[in-house]
Design a protein around this ligand. Structure first.
Ligand code: SF4
Ligand code: SF4
Length: 470
């Protein structure tokens, strides 16, 4: 399979052009520092995401951790709301919406998810920043990698790995903290008393962060991420991708600042390789759109800074569409994108409605294995076990009843009071008070109703079995 996304044919390249080596002697890509609009945007986006990920887990709400997937109790708390296993269909719907949203965004603007918000990219940028702080700029890092071991190299490498490990441990702890209360978990870690399942998962996510962001980096995007493989089928000729303007840039070549490119038979690319040196995946965008490109826009910032120095217009590398590169216009409002957006909005609306309509009391019924029995009044009776869950954050009083109960009578405890989040098993029986059953197996419906707010209720169905020969 070719590595090239079949989006754009690469025109007019001289086969003899020397390629820049992406990796240095330590088999790592050492990117050069740069500044620019898209870098600022990415740092701001990653900052918000890191703050949300590392900060939310420490928030409390109503006396408990605000966001906690309590595996032991099978409950998901998110601020004031609690979700139960019965509600997990909503979670599946949310995941489908996220996947669909990703499709729609990819059709619109290519791999913006990868470039700006993907945790793999964000952590890799963070780890690369640690590398710069401890080992210096790109040239210093390349030299250090090639140099023999010395005290300086040892100290710099140790500092880098210490920073990487500190971030990895914090990430592992935070991740597990969304499933086990973070405060006791952190205390166990600090006092070295963590053990068992918690310790395993903290170590697992520590190792995953350290290896993925520290060592594997772009290899995860190229060889492990399925999204990189199927994204090309979502691109069309109006998708905004990061592209080099070949018509404007070629013929590339170095020149003095005061040389007029047209007079020297040159395009606007001065062949400085800055766009390659800042690329975290080590590719040359001038070779055309490639599978390795994660859409981070680092090459746009780098090239714009060169265009600025040379006194040329920015945008030699830019977000552009295939149509625009061919001299046409980008059609932002196209049927495919309108269709995706419409479906997405409908799905979001349906989920919001389902969330608002979510019953705050749950009722499940299971029939006793025995078919039927005769009570001391001579009536046919069936036994059931009801499970009631109070999904609210307050104590609630409920009333149990039968729906359309002609011919039947509910017997047992029908007035219930449940504490917040309580699950109560209620054994009840139903007696047939009619003379004759309508059939040997009839549907009966149980209903639980909040005594103060009757709109909070839930209904569960079962069967009533009776002999026909009475
Ligand atoms: S080619 Fe440009 S946008 Fe693509 S990964 Fe490299 S720097 Fe980022
Ligand atoms: S940064 Fe711009 S000018 Fe420099 S090589 Fe890349 S495309 Fe050419």
């Amino acid at each position: 399979m070719s590595d090239r996304i079949p989006v754009r044919l690469v025109e007019t390249f001289e086969p003899s052009r020397p390629k820049m080596k992406a990796k240095s002697s330590d088999n790592q890509i050492h990117t050069r520092s740069f500044t620019g609009f898209f870098r600022t945007l990415r740092v701001a986006g990653a900052g918000v995401l890191f703050l949300a990920f590392f900060g939310t887990v420490w928030l409390n709400w109503g006396g408990r951790q605000a966001v906690l997937w309590d595996l032991a109790e099978s409950k998901f708390h998110i601020f004031g709301a609690t979700f139960w296993p019965q509600d997990f269909i909503l979670l599946s719907a949310l995941l489908i919406i996220c996947a669909f949203g990703l499709f729609a965004i990819t059709v619109f603007a290519g791999r913006v998810w990868c470039g700006y918000t993907c945790p793999q990219s964000s952590f890799t940028w963070l780890f690369m920043w640690c590398e710069k702080v401890t080992e210096g700029e790109r040239n210093q890092r390349i030299k250090l990698a090639a140099a023999p071991w010395s005290l300086n190299k040892l100290l710099r490498r140790s500092a880098k790995h210490t920073m990487w490990l500190a971030i990895s441990v914090l990430t592992g702890l935070t991740f597990v903290g969304y499933f086990t209360p973070i405060r006791p978990l952190a205390e166990e870690l600090l006092t070295l008393q963590m053990a068992g399942v918690s310790l395993f998962w903290v170590l697992f996510f520590t190792a995953a962060t350290y290896i993925n962001a520290g060592w594997l980096r772009e290899a995860v995007c190229m060889h492990m991420c399925p999204y990189a493989r199927f994204q090309s089928v979502m691109f069309d000729k109006d998708t905004l991708t990061i592209s080099y303007d070949t018509a404007r840039g070629e013929n590339r070549g170095p020149r003095k600042r005061d040389v007029k490119p047209a007079e020297a038979g040159l395009g606007d690319c001065i062949d400085c390789h800055l766009c390659v040196q800042v690329c975290p995946t080590g590719i040359d965008i001038r070779d055309g759109l490639q599978m390795e490109c994660i859409g981070c826009a680092a090459c746009i910032d780098a090239c714009d800074s060169i265009m600025d120095k040379m006194g040329y217009a920015p945008g030699l590398i830019s977000y552009t569409s295939e149509h625009q590169l061919q001299g046409g216009k980008t059609h932002l409002l196209r049927p495919r994108l309108i269709g995706y957006t419409a479906v997405l909005l409908i799905m979001i609306g349906a989920l919001a409605l389902a969330l608002m309509e979510r019953p705050m009391v749950s009722l499940d019924v299971s029939k006793d294995r025995g078919l039927f029995r005769e009570n001391n009044l001579g009536q046919i009776e069936n036994i059931y076990s009801l499970k009631v869950i109070n999904k609210t954050q307050q104590r609630q009083d409920y009333r149990l009843s039968l729906v359309d109960s002609d011919g039947f009578q509910l017997q047992g405890k029908t007035e219930l009071s449940l504490t917040p989040g309580e699950i109560l098993d209620v054994p009840v029986s139903v007696a047939m008070i009619a003379d004759k059953p309508q059939s040997s197996s009839q549907t009966i419906r149980f209903k639980i109703t909040d005594s103060d707010e009757p709109q909070i209720n839930s209904v569960a169905k079962s069967r009533f079995v009776a002999p026909m020969n009475r």
